[in-house]
Design a protein around this ligand. Structure first.
Ligand code: MN
Length: 145
């Protein structure tokens, strides 16, 4: 089966949704689910796009992410490291590691993200955890909450 690309990072039969249903802890981001999993392949394959200046939720969880940038560029926090990311870079987010994607380069940041269907809910940082993160100046400057 082939699901055709419909142009502009949209795919036939795939709806464009808000990233999450509610909240103000993210900005200018959409989600498309390209693959919802099969019995022998229990993963979801999603495409996220962060508009210029936007960001994903600062969060961590037990499950891991495998991400590939396919549009634009930006920056990502994984653990205590902020990195520039661009086309075709691959980002691995390990279990229980704080992460946040930001479209900081005057353009959108679009990426594919592979995730297990059966996964735990993300945790957002509390005041203590934020204070701990801000002890690292680079991290403190980067995070949006
Ligand atoms: Mn996540």
């Amino acid at each position: 089966m082939i699901q055709r690309h419909a142009g502009q990072y949209r795919w036939e039969g795939v709806d464009v949704h808000p990233y999450k249903e509610d909240g103000t802890h993210f900005k200018t981001i959409t989600r498309q689910t390209l693959f919802k999993g099969a019995h022998d392949l229990p993963v979801e394959f999603r495409y996220f796009e962060i508009g210029e200046g936007g960001h994903s939720t600062l969060e961590r969880h037990n499950h891991t992410h495998e991400v590939m940038i396919i549009r634009g560029s930006g920056q990502v926090l994984v653990g205590d490291t902020v990195s520039n990311i661009a086309l075709h870079d691959i980002v691995q987010v390990p279990s229980q590691t704080w992460h946040q994607f930001r479209a900081t380069n005057g353009e959108e940041l679009g990426f594919l993200c592979l995730v297990a269907i059966d996964r735990d809910r993300p945790e957002r940082p509390g005041p203590e955890q934020l204070a701990e993160m801000r002890e690292n100046d680079v991290v403190g400057e980067f995070i949006r909450h």
